[in-house]
Design a protein around this ligand. Sequence first.
Ligand SMILES: NC(=O)c1ccc[n+]([C@@H]2O[C@H](COP(=O)([O-])OP(=O)(O)OC[C@H]3O[C@@H](n4cnc5c(N)ncnc54)[C@H](O)[C@@H]3O)[C@@H](O)[C@H]2O)c1
Ligand SMILES: N[C@@H](CCO)C(=O)O
Ligand code: NA
Length: 436
Amino acid sequence: MTSKGALRLGVAGLGTVGAGVATLLRANADLIAARAGRPIEIVAVAARSRGRDRGVDLSGVRWVDDARALAADPDVDVVVELIGAAEGVARDLVKAALEAGKPVVTANKALVAVHGADLARLSERAGVPLMFEAAVAGGIPVIKAVREGLAGDRLDWIGGILNGTCNYIMTTMRESGRDFADVLSEAQALGYAEADPSTDVDGIDAAHKLAILAALAFGRPVDFGSVVVEGIRGIGALDLQFAARLGYRLKLLGVARRHADGIETRVSPCLVPEGSQLASVEGVFNAVLVEGAFVGRLMLEGRGAGAGPTASAVVADLVDVARGTAVPVWGASDTALSASRSLPRESFVGAYYLRLLVRDQPGVIAEIAAILRDEVVSVRSLLQHGRAAGTGQEAAVPLVIVTHETREAAILAARTRISALDVVLEEPTMLRIEAG
Ligand SMILES: NC(=O)c1ccc[n+]([C@@H]2O[C@H](COP(=O)([O-])OP(=O)(O)OC[C@H]3O[C@@H](n4cnc5c(N)ncnc54)[C@H](O)[C@@H]3O)[C@@H](O)[C@H]2O)c1
Ligand SMILES: N[C@@H](CCO)C(=O)O
Ligand code: NA
């Protein structure tokens, strides 16, 4: 079962990613052994159901009932955690493995975003690596690129399209006119979505990944709790149409930006100009854009979800473990991380798109304009679609306001007041405009 000198894995979780890792390790066994300097083999697995056919041969692999037991298993050199969730078995297992001096490779962004600071300390104390390339943008080697490839530069901006499910949903809705629920089911069937897809569509998954990127890029402890998060549930076919009319694409973006007094971290649906780098990233593809003082601007694009790409990232980490590569979890040791704080939403500055559904009657635009004037929001353009389907007795028309650069505090205050007007018939949709 185990050849001499092999790196022996205990794998917890055999779902999309776990089965993908098992498949890849078999398919590429020879080239992996050559690169790693020794074979990498699964010796033990823990998963919920033993009987299920996962399309991969697991004969000769030992089944363990409680995943946590892998941490103390003398035949396991490395624990590979592919269960998921920030709490519960995954966290217990990773903690126990690091405490037992075993390297850990995980795809679990929720765990790393929420408990990454503590886990990094454990990893540092034990002198064993904690690796999570698969956790951010799946198959794109972005952790390695930022932590190692850009280790010489000061980064000022990092972010991009970090959730394949949302990008797939918005791309497919725009191209096919199909509705949200229908396209979401397809993303789930393709293995892109999280166990609870609200994690994807409410922006939480992208926020986990953004928090991890911001920690690496700005050399500070991971701070998931401060990410401002908005998802894509409020986006309708109307917004996709308006975006196209205005010359934009709609994307769920994660953005982390350095300001003089701290770091802006935000996940929200955004408009990016047609023809920009991020606008061209479609379907399940992810992209991470970075701007550094010396390196300038660069973008990495690839598949951020699915069995194959995610397995590729997990196995790349395993090859690093086998080689004995030692890099601090967050790029610098715990005591060398900076204390730069996360900024509150009110201090952000940008241009915005506000889409309203209003009663089709005289004076509506004047009322809205007065609020924008009071809140010092300068309007760049105003767009009114033809009369839309009536809601009840009265005809309703969609109205889009695009602002010049404004403080987010001002647009938020204006939105609250506009939303309270009798003539405004539903919650306004607010989108940030980014350069892309
Ligand atoms: N699917 C993707 O494209 C993708 C991409 C990047 C990262 N990830 C991350 O990878 C991890 C796994 O995701 P997935 O898509 O493979 O999920 P999944 O739901 O397909 O698989 C999870 C597996 O864990 C098993 N499991 C649950 N509780 C367990 C327990 N107590 N003990 C042992 N096994 C248990 C389940 O039976 C299942 O086989 C998650 O952290 C996810 O966020 C997934
Ligand atoms: N659910 C995630 C998987 C990759 O992390 C996505 O859709 O991007
Ligand atoms: Na990655």
